[in-house]
Design a protein around this ligand. Structure first.
Ligand code: ADP
Ligand code: 5GP
Length: 216
C-alpha cells in the first residue's frame, strides 16, 4: 500500500546513462533492465558501424551511412554525437526530448563523450553509471567470447579500453561487473534511489499539501 501511494506521486523522468569500455557488459545490463523495468525506454542510437549478426536495424541501432549521419547532424537532429572506435554514433534528439517532456524514463547506452554532452545539456535529469570489468584479462575474454567482432576490431577495442576507463571519475556511480546478477542488482538499487530523490518528485508538493489539509 505504502508503495502504491509513493508510485502515484508525479515525478520527472530519469535519463539513465550507462557507459563502459566495450565488452564490460553494459548492453547486457541494459537489456536486463529494459526487460524487467517496463518504465524504461531505450534511446536507439544512430551508427555508421556495420551491423553485427545478432543486431536488428531500428531495435539495437539505426544503421545509417556516413552521408545520412552527416545530414542528420547538420539538420540539428542529434542530441549528441561522437566518433568511437572509428565509427560514428549519435543519440536522436526527438525521442529523448519527447520522453523528457512527458516525464518518461530513458536509458542511454553511450560512451563518455556522449555522457559529457548530455550532462552539459540536461544536467538535472542525467544519472550516469560507469560499468567496469573486474580485470583487463576478463575484459579481453568477454570480447573474444562475444565473438561478434573481427580479431582486429577486438584488439582496437581493448587498446581503447584504458583510455575510456580514465573517464570513470565523471560518473555519479561506478559498478564493477564481476558477477552479472550482483552488478544488475546494484544498478537497480541506484535507479530505485534516484527515483525517490526529492527534487525529481514535483508531485510531493501536492501530496504534502493534501497531507497537511487532511482532517483527522
Ligand atoms: P558491452 O555492451 O559493454 O560492449 P556486452 O554486454 O556485449 O558488453 O558483454 C560482452 C560479453 O560479456 C557478452 O558476451 C556478455 O554475455 C558477457 N558478459 C556480460 N556480463 C558478464 C559477466 N558479469 N560475467 C561474464 N560474462 C559477462
Ligand atoms: P558498439 O559498437 O559496441 O555497439 O558500441 C561502441 C561504443 O559506442 C559503446 O561504448 C557505446 O556505448 C557507444 N555508443 C553507442 N551509441 C552511442 C551514441 O548514440 N552516442 C555515443 N556518444 N556513444 C554511443
Amino acid at each position: 500500500m505504502a508503495q502504491l501511494v509513493s508510485a502515484r506521486i508525479r515525478r520527472r523522468g530519469l535519463m539513465l546513462v550507462l557507459s563502459s569500455p566495450s565488452g564490460a557488459g553494459k548492453s547486457t545490463i541494459a537489456r536486463n533492465l529494459l526487460e524487467e523495468d517496463k518504465s524504461f525506454e531505450l534511446s536507439v542510437s544512430l551508427t555508421t558501424r556495420p551491423r553485427r549478426g545478432s543486431e536488428i536495424d531500428g531495435v539495437h541501432y539505426h544503421f545509417v551511412s556516413k552521408r545520412e549521419f552527416d545530414r542528420q547532424r547538420d539538420g540539428d537532429a542529434l542530441l549528441e554525437w561522437a566518433e568511437v572506435h572509428g565509427n560514428f554514433y549519435a543519440t536522436p534528439r526527438e525521442p529523448a526530448e519527447q520522453a523528457m517532456a512527458e516525464g518518461r524514463d530513458m536509458l542511454f547506452d553511450i560512451d563518455w563523450q556522449g555522457a559529457d554532452q548530455l550532462r552539459a545539456k540536461i544536467p538535472a535529469d542525467i544519472v550516469s553509471i560507469f560499468i567496469l570489468p573486474p580485470s583487463m584479462t576478463e575484459l579481453k575474454a568477454r570480447l573474444m567470447r562475444r565473438a561478434e567482432d573481427q580479431e582486429k576490431v577486438i584488439e582496437q577495442r581493448l587498446k581503447n579500453a584504458r583510455e575510456e576507463i580514465e573517464h570513470w571519475r565523471k560518473y555519479d556511480y561506478v559498478v564493477i561487473n564481476n558477477d552479472l546478477q550482483v552488478a544488475f542488482n546494484e544498478v537497480k538499487s541506484i535507479v530505485a534511489a534516484e527515483r525517490l530523490r526529492r527534487d525529481r518528485r514535483p508531485g510531493l508538493f501536492d501530496f504534502v499539501t493534501g497531507l497537511l489539509d487532511e482532517k483527522v
